[in-house]
Design a protein around this ligand. Sequence first.
Ligand code: TMP
Length: 213
Amino acid sequence: MRSRKSLFITFEGIEGSGKSYQTKKLFNYIKKKKIPVILTREPGGTPSAEKIRNLILKDYFHKDFKEKFNKYTDTLLYLAARNEHVQNKIKPALSTNKIVLCDRFIDSTMAYQVYGKGINKNFIDFVHGFILHGIKPDFTFLLKVKIPKLLKRLKKRKKMNRYDKFSNNFYIAAQKAFVKIANKDKSKYLVLDNSSDSNHVQNVISNKFEELL
Ligand code: TMP
């Protein structure tokens, strides 16, 4: 059983939406208040899950690989990483009343694997039934970015990311999928346009966090 004092907050959005940046900002804000908090991410977050992350990301970038993971293999790897992460990090942290901030979680699987790759949703729900143990985010910040701004941000990155070479249409579709998910339960999501580099979004997020406390 989860304690009421714990809080599980996730950040979702496409690459270049600034979600990792905003997750870190909120983490520092909470740490300053001396509230027990952990910052984690998916895929990854534990040594074993990070190994799986490397496997997934390597498969995307290795140009010479003739055989790529089948989309169900790829999906199962995300879910395998999630299992390690939930069991070994998220669940223990929540059960000791910590605040957990996670950069990506189940909505990324919905947006990329279900909406993006056509993976059967029942398949994901079925596996989640075994690995999540009823754990779901208390609140999700969905960060949006305008496409020209996104392209600018991706260009600046030194490390190439999975979808950096994808067409604009891919980004637009993935972002639409995230918004669709968020609109299904407005009490648990806040959709924010994070295209401008001002502090505004950061302030809105920390104010919402205070409300959630
Ligand atoms: P990152 O860019 O946030 O580090 O995430 C790594 C990649 O993993 C990113 O391209 C999105 C992708 N991803 C999925 O496709 N499905 C998932 O369930 C998760 C958590 C991430």
